[in-house]
Design a protein around this ligand. Structure first.
Ligand SMILES: [Zn+2]
Ligand SMILES: [Zn+2]
Length: 351
């Protein structure tokens, strides 16, 4: 095996143009790591905020971005069990967890204090030919699920599964609002809300995405201008009450409109934040109406396994916009930043 690989490297924060295709060393493996030959890597908004410097916590540049990885096991460390070279695998968003803290021991390893987010630290991330990931963050890909589908199952589907099922506890007949409905997270949030039996209202600012949002199962699609207050339309769609649950993939830009859309006792689950902006909030506006703010930040291994099962059964359909080679990583980021892609763009080192 050659000792170097092609990878997209970000040395310092900046626009999409700061991503360079380089030859770099193949990542070192720890004893519990698998070395994966990358087939597909999803392009996530997280990668954008890592690259542009909006996200600073936990970042150690230079980095190879990318945490939505699928591929084939190339090599295993001496302490790896249950995987062998040649296995088809996909990863959670983490390169490492401690494996024994109270979070790791209770299926909440997304909160492990030792967690390392894949693609945020050093030259080991998914926009490359190889990536090294600890076995605790890796699952086998079920038969019938493609590499592209598997790559986006952890982040774009598993995180929404976390939000809809485990944090939001969405019940049959409840009304659910999905913001950023046409994005990579949103389209899968809609599918999961529908699968849970909810009445799903989707908000998007993109006319072109309206059709695909309906096709993903939304009962109503509210087409609004960026920055427009959509709460009146949500109230109208819910008989004046507002929604029971919000799967919020947008955060600050829609904060006030979303707050005004909530029913008494609503659960507001934050999944995404597309800008670094702060919001104004009077806590009385929440507690006087029994509103809970909650969060779903990533995907546990259990949630990834469950999401893979849903995909394998055809209950959830991963939405992929297109494939690009590593050379086109900057273009992929520009498209994601501009909100041009519906669903996920996949980078393929083999193209
Ligand atoms: Zn992601
Ligand atoms: Zn831990």
């Amino acid at each position: 095996m050659t000792q170097t690989m092609r990878a997209v490297v970000v040395e310092a924060p900046g626009g999409p143009e700061v991503m360079y295709l380089r030859n770099v060393p193949i990542p070192d493996m720890r004893p519990t790591d698998l070395l994966i030959r990358v087939e597909s890597c999803g392009v996530c908004f997280h990668d954008v905020v890592t690259r542009n410097g909006v996200l600073r916590r936990g970042i150690k540049m230079p980095v190879i971005p990318g945490h939505e990885v699928s591929g084939v096991v190339e090599k295993i460390g001496p302490q790896v069990f249950g995987f062998k070279p040649g296995d088809r695998v996909t990863t959670t968003q983490r390169r490492h967890i401690c494996g024994h803290c109270m979070y790791c021991r209770s299926s909440r390893e997304t909160s492990c204090n030792d967690r390392e987010f894949l693609g945020d630290i050093g030259l080991n991330g998914g926009y490359a030919e190889f990536v090294a990931v600890q076995q605790d963050g890796v699952c086998h890909i079920p038969q019938g699920v493609t590499f592209n589908q598997a790559a986006i199952t952890s982040c774009a589907i598993g995180t929404e599964l976390n939000a809809v099922r485990d944090v939001g506890k969405v019940k049959m007949g409840e009304k659910v609002l999905v913001t950023g409905a046409g994005g990579g997270l949103g389209v899968h949030g809609i599918q999961l809300g529908k699968l849970a039996g909810a009445y799903v209202i989707a908000v998007t600012s993109s006319k072109e995405k309206q059709k695909i949002i309906f096709e993903n199962g939304a009962h109503e699609v509210l087409l609004v201008e960026r920055g427009e207050d959509f709460s009146g339309a949500v109230k109208e769609a819910t008989g004046g009450n507002g929604v029971d649950v919000v799967i919020d993939n947008v955060g600050s830009p829609t904060f006030e409109a979303t707050r005004r859309s909530l029913a008494m006792g609503a659960r507001w689950i934050f999944v995404g934040q597309v800008t670094g902006d702060f919001v104004k909030l009077n806590p009385a506006q929440l507690f006087m109406r029994d509103i809970s703010i909650m969060s779903a930040k990533s995907t546990s291994k259990k949630q990834l396994q469950d999401a893979l099962d849903l995909v394998a059964r055809g209950d959830i359909k991963p939405i992929i916009t297109g494939e690009m080679s590593l050379e086109h990583a900057s273009q992929a980021h520009s498209d994601v930043e501009a909100g041009r892609s519906t669903g996920r763009i996949i980078l393929k080192p083999g193209l």
